[in-house]
Design a protein around this ligand. Structure first.
Ligand code: TYM
Length: 321
């Protein structure tokens, strides 16, 4: 049977090189062998303080970018346009336990940084599980930071199946070959994140070419001069090697450099070459907003149609009239 792939992207900020290398590029490759569905997870963006207008704009931008990055042979839609996601999420909240939700690393980290923690930040992995399970996905391309949530999805699927009957397909996370965790260029011990505002260490997919080069050239490197892949001892250099390997589709081991400067120059060029076609395609797609709306509405309608059966099965199994 054809493999089914699902993945999603949360429009809390602009999409980054981390999103591209960790999840979008692996998903683009999977299109040749699988039936692929991708969503912009706008409901997930409500888990932290947000601005409604900005969310709407970021959602559309993210959807356009997914298509521009090459996911144009996948079904792409905006999560909130398909109400089955929230309905199944409630059934999964009623399958999950408070203790396991509270233990999620992302919840612990993000809640520790805020005074007012939205309840949806705690329950969000149940919504993510619903996203995946609704599509009976076998494979979920994600970066390292989302693996724990995919593990939880597996646990919830198995528990539900055991308690109420075999309804869900148990999915597996798909790791990228390299770049499962792209680090911030100016703080290479932290993940490159997409929080809004311009960070010197984050490369956004829509950064103007001049900014891309500048950000890479200013990346923090490590003491010493030797270019070696050693994420613990040389996080800055290792991150650049990872980015270069992923952007040029070569293994990290094949890269050999005599100086940090040369490594940075080649990395800057590889990033620019990777993003140039994405930005060109983004400009083309954005020029026809009516067509974009048609694609996204069509995607949502098709997704709703596809997931209806699974939702009905889950409702029936759990005992809803
Ligand atoms: P989000 O929006 O934070 O990230 C989207 C995808 O990009 C990956 N990623 C990275 N990979 C490598 N290096 C980085 N620095 C980096 N930053 C982000 C993430 O691992 C992810 O694969 N909850 C999810 C969105 C979501 C989802 C889903 C994902 C909602 N429903 C169902 C998969 C399946 C999230 O916040 O990802």
């Amino acid at each position: 049977m054809t493999k089914r792939v699902f993945s999603a992207f949360k429009p809390t900020g602009r999409l980054t090189l981390g999103n591209l290398l960790g999840a979008i590029m692996p998903a683009v490759r999977l299109q040749d062998e699988a039936d692929c569905v991708h969503a912009v997870a706008d409901l997930h963006a409500l888990t932290i303080r947000h601005d409604p207008e900005r969310l709407r704009a970021r959602t559309r931008e993210a959807a356009t970018l997914l298509l521009a990055c090459g996911l144009d042979r996948s079904l792409v839609y905006v999560q909130s346009r398909v109400p089955a996601h929230t309905e199944l999420a409630y059934l999964l909240e009623s399958t999950a336990h408070f203790g396991e939700m509270r233990r999620m690393i992302q919840f612990r980290e993000k809640s520790a940084r805020q005074e007012e923690v939205r309840l949806s930040l705690l329950t969000y992995p149940a919504l993510m599980a619903a996203d995946i399970l609704l599509h009976r996905a076998d494979a979920v391309p994600v970066g390292e930071d989302q693996r724990q949530h995919v593990e939880l999805t597996r646990d919830l699927a198995l528990r539900f199946n055991r308690l109420y009957g075999e309804v869900f397909t148990v999915p597996e996370a798909v790791r990228p070959r390299v770049a499962a965790r792209v680090m911030d260029l100016s703080a290479p011990t932290s993940k490159m994140g997409k929080s809004d505002g311009s960070s010197a260490g984050t490369i956004y997919l829509l950064d103007p070419p001049a900014d891309l080069g500048r950000k890479v050239m200013r990346a923090v490197t490590d003491s010493g001069t030797e270019v070696a892949y050693d994420p613990e001892g040389k996080p800055g250099v290792s991150n650049l090697l990872t980015v270069l390997a992923a952007c040029s589709d070569r293994p990290v081991e094949s890269l050999s450099y005599g100086s940090y400067g040369a490594l940075k120059r080649d990395t800057a060029e590889a990033v620019a070459e990777t993003l140039r076609p994405v930005q060109e395609r983004y400009a083309e797609l954005s020029a026809d907003q009516a067509e974009l709306s048609r694609v996204l509405e069509g995607g949502a309608a098709l997704a709703a149609e596809r997931v209806g059966g699974l939702l009905a099965e889950a409702r029936e199994a759990i005992g809803l009239a």
